[in-house]
Design a protein around this ligand. Structure first.
Ligand code: TXA
Ligand code: MG
Length: 311
């Protein structure tokens, strides 16, 4: 739950053009006043984020959407059903939204987070807050305040510590300009839940899904369901430092570092980025991760896993 004094301090920093990292139900965000181009430019500098990758603007409630974007019946329907929550809608931007925030596009991505600390901060600052995930560009998204500190340290004016994030995977980004939502980035809410259509590969995807992403310094190796323990053992025998993230069940081979066990895709989402960072810190050369079925949140998890595996 939010600490009123900390939230007030954080809100004052945002109003003053500063940077505040804060928890959401998906991952931690690195926030700045979305309408202040200088403040937003600092986000890009601190993250070393490519300037062609637009930011998500966070609002305290759906009532503020109209001031930023041209709403559609589709967006209103989605907002009524899923906000506050891990859904981002892309709409036509109002002209006063700075181009640094939208990366020069004529659209803007908006979401209303459900985390009580994020909500309290947005209410107190009374601003639309641009916030990408609070990691250095290309790294795994932070799911704890410690992850933010490790990546960004003193470059952030304040970090609000809200403990571990619930979902552990980012929001689902959909294009809501048409009649039916089109998925631009898979996320915590599934296509099935949103009754959304998949985006065409390439063309319509979010700019941010083009690059290698979500990756620790060491190699990530996704393996088919049921093969993780065996693969980890083989790699270990060949002399590698091996970390393992697998479904509950099988034992951990001797000499292999157990980085976490999951019961289902939501469980893997919740521990994956933290496991990447712990494996990296422990000196693993390779982290073997057991796959999950590509349905529901499993689609987002497998998307992140594949992107982290690109060398
Ligand atoms: O869960 C989340 O979405 C977290 C929390 C902090 O809200 N934020 C997050 O932001 O993951 P970021 O910047 O790491 O990812 C935003 C994604 C990128 O893939 C970006 O390209 C896409 O949203 N995006 C932003 N604006 C867009 C737009 N106008 N059109 C298409 N995609 C957009
Ligand atoms: Mg990100």
């Amino acid at each position: 739950m939010p600490d009123p004094a900390a939230v007030a301090q954080a809100a004052a920093i945002l109003c003053d053009g500063g940077l505040v990292a804060f928890p959401t139900e998906t991952v931690y965000g690195l926030g700045a006043d979305a309408l202040d181009p200088k403040a937003v430019a600092r986000i890009f500098a601190v993250k070393q984020r490519p300037a062609d990758n637009p930011l998500i603007v966070h609002l305290a409630d759906a009532g503020r959407l109209d001031a930023l974007a041209v709403t559609t019946p589709c967006a209103r329907r989605l907002a009524a059903r899923w906000w506050p929550g891990p859904l981002t809608v892309v709409l036509r931007a109002r002209p006063h939204v700075p181009s640094v925030t939208t990366a020069g596009l004529d659209s803007v991505a908006v979401r209303v987070p459900a985390h009580p600390v994020a909500h309290a901060l947005l209410r107190a600052a009374n601003l639309p807050v641009a916030a990408p995930s609070a990691n250095r560009s290309g790294r795994p998204s932070p799911t704890t305040a410690q992850h933010v500190l490790a990546d960004l340290g003193d470059a952030v004016d304040l970090i609000l510590d809200g403990g571990r994030c619930l979902h552990g995977v980012e929001s689902t980004v959909v294009d809501a300009r048409g009649d039916r939502p089109i998925v631009l980035r898979e996320g915590a809410l599934s296509r099935e839940q949103l009754d959304a259509v998949p985006g065409r590969a390439g063309g319509s995807a979010s700019p941010g899904t083009r690059h290698r992403h979500y990756a620790p310094a060491c190699r990530v190796l996704p393996v088919p369901i049921g093969e993780a323990c065996e693969r980890a053992e083989t790699l270990r025998r060949s002399g590698a430092q091996v970390g393992l993230v697998a479904a509950v069940g099988g034992g951990t081979p001797p000499g292999v570092l157990d980085l976490g066990r999951f019961a289902d895709a939501a469980g893997l989402a919740a521990l994956l980025y933290d496991a990447f960072r712990r494996g990296e810190a422990a000196g693993c050369e390779v982290i073997v991760v057991e796959s999950v079925a590509e349905e529901g949140i499993g689609r987002a998890v497998m998307d992140r896993l594949r992107r982290a595996a690109i060398r």
